[in-house]
Design a protein. Structure first.
Length: 73
């Protein structure tokens, strides 16, 4: 499961329902949890981009800014 934006997860699920599923809590709240990915059905480069996107969403802003500075240099 990857941390992803709700719209990103919905788009991926719609584009590739055999590889992606937007997950919600099974209880009455039905709140969004993330993007479940069937790793064997997704190219390695796509998995890498999902990991990077999830990290950008969850990492401390200071680390993201430092990473982005080094990546663009």
């Amino acid at each position: 499961m990857f941390c992803a934006g709700e719209q990103q997860a919905a788009d991926a699920s719609q584009a590739g329902p055999s590889a992606y599923e937007a997950l919600r809590r099974p209880d009455t709240r039905k709140s969004f949890l993330g993007l479940q990915v069937e790793l064997g059905r997704v190219p390695a480069e796509r998995v890498r981009s999902l990991v990077e996107e999830a990290w950008h969403q969850q990492a401390p802003k200071r680390l993201v800014a430092e990473h982005d500075r080094h990546s663009s240099a």
